[in-house]
Design a protein around this ligand. Structure first.
Ligand SMILES: Cc1cc2nc3c(=O)[nH]c(=O)nc-3n(C[C@H](O)[C@H](O)[C@H](O)COP(=O)(O)O)c2cc1C
Length: 444
């Protein structure tokens, strides 16, 4: 890693009023912000002033299937449709990338292609799609399914889904539109292509009625880390969000994923790996520890066990909270995060209570604690050591956690020459250093 010009990438993962599950009861947080558009607008403006590469909204299409008394102990963080929210925020910002999560399992590809093409046009090339396959029964049951599709099937569908949407985005060549009043030709008919896709999972004729997105394709983000998830990412993803706890795990994941790209004829620089971190920032180490202790004291045990049960796809409520994590049967839910939690519990010999406290903050992402300088040191170590191309920043509380990171850590990273002081380009692809894809039909 000797490239002095290599800059780290930063995503602001905006989870409602903060990532920590106790955030909503924290004195810094106004819980009503969960429903306020102005809250999201000011977060977007703040992230752009700080020169983050992207703001990112995760999503689930349903409420967890747990008793309402338990649900009532915390806010619902996925209230709003992320694509609609990003469309609004695209008009509040000029340069920052806009990542919205949409599942390949529940929205037909034509709809997705058109919606992201629209966002890319009206944001002048700043749209990005976080492809998820969805991993819960409560989502499946909102779409006529009793059970979710099997893990391998979800990824098989997702692979074909990406082919369909890319073909739809290529329906029009970049210079198809002529606006020629004299010649009576609005567009050149030779530059309109009908994908006529028909394969195992989808039958989509096209063409898309929306012109080719300014970026060619909106940037494709993924976060699945299982074998299937990594295979799909190696073939198609341009940004990968991931949750790694230790440098060794992160480095192994980074090297492993990048080494898979060659088989698809892809350059490793065209896929950026961004592990998530939850920074707890204090003026002194002591203050950071106190801040963390306050947050941790706000975690309700039932919510902690519930969060863990959701990630593990296994109900832990009947097990002694101060006893060890039981052996878990195979499920069709999330694979990689589940393994990460099991490994963490075994490595540190944690009880159920200790495990949920470990993950409560970052939901499995790494928590880094300290002064701005020591946080910057820890980020630099992973970046320079080749375990990350940048980071997804999970502020424990919002807006305060993002304000602190922007005000104290980012200037430090800039002084070290590790992070930009100005956006390099206009589109998200330009800012991330990602190539603009050629049109598959025009190329032939
Ligand atoms: C930073 C990050 C963000 C994620 N956002 C979402 C999301 O918004 N919706 C979702 O269903 N899954 C989300 N996931 C989960 C992944 O998409 C994936 O389903 C999960 O990591 C399990 O994938 P696997 O079975 O391939 O391991 C996210 C994961 C990470 C690391």
């Amino acid at each position: 890693m000797t490239d002095k010009n290599r800059k780290l990438r930063l995503g602001a993962f905006l989870l409602s009023i903060g990532h920590h599950i106790g955030a909503w009861r924290h004195p810094d947080v106004e819980p009503r912000d969960v429903f306020r558009l102005e809250h999201f607008k000011s977060l977007a403006r703040l992230a752009e002033r700080a020169k983050f590469d992207v703001i990112f909204f995760a999503d689930n299409v349903g409420l967890p299937d747990v008793p309402p008394e338990l649900l009532a102990k915390g806010p619902q963080v996925y209230n709003f449709d992320p694509l609609i929210l990003q469309s609004i925020l695209s008009q509040e910002t000029q340069r920052i990338g806009l990542v919205a999560t949409v599942s390949t399992t529940y929205l037909p590809p034509y709809h997705l292609a058109r919606k992201f093409a629209t966002l890319d046009h009206f944001s002048n090339g700043r749209a990005a799609w976080n492809l998820v396959t969805s991993a819960t029964r409560f989502e499946a049951q909102n779409f006529g399914l009793g059970e979710q599709l099997a893990h391998a099937d979800r990824y098989d569908r997702a692979r074909e889904y990406v082919q369909v949407v890319r073909a739809l985005w290529d329906s029009w060549e970049d210079d198809a539109f002529l606006f020629d009043k004299q010649g009576n030709r609005f567009f050149d008919p030779a530059k309109l292509h009908t994908p006529a896709h028909r394969a195992k999972h989808f039958s989509v004729r096209g063409p898309l009625q929306t012109g080719r997105p300014p970026q060619g394709y909106p940037v494709l983000v993924q976060a699945g880390s299982s074998e299937d998830g990594q295979a799909l990412a190696a073939e198609t993803a341009e940004v990968v969000f991931t949750a790694q706890q230790t440098f060794a795990e992160a480095k192994a994941f980074y090297d492993g994923l990048k080494s898979r790209l060659a088989q698809f004829g892809r350059d490793p620089s065209q896929l950026l790996v961004l592990p998530g971190v939850q920074p707890i920032i204090g003026r002194t180490e002591e203050e950071a520890k106190e801040k963390f202790a306050l947050l941790q004291s706000l975690v309700d045990p039932e919510i902690g066990v519930g969060l863990l049960s959701t990630f593990l796809n296994f109900d832990l409520s009947a097990f002694p909270i101060d006893g060890p994590l039981p052996d878990l049967p195979f499920t069709e839910g999330w694979q990689s995060r589940r393994q990460l939690f099991v490994d963490l519990a075994r490595r540190k010999n944690l009880s159920i209570r200790e495990l949920y406290l470990e993950i409560a903050g970052g939901r499995g992402h790494r928590t880094i604690l300290g002064t701005p300088q020591s946080i910057a040191d820890q980020l630099e170590e992973w970046f320079v050591g080749g375990a990350a191309d940048g980071f997804n920043i999970l502020a424990p509380t919002l807006p305060k956690g993002l304000e602190d990171f922007s005000e104290f850590v980012i200037p430090d990273l800039q002084r070290r020459g590790l992070f930009r002081t100005e956006y390099e380009g206009r589109t998200l692809r330009e800012n991330l250093g990602l190539a603009r894809p050629v049109n598959q039909f025009a190329a032939s």
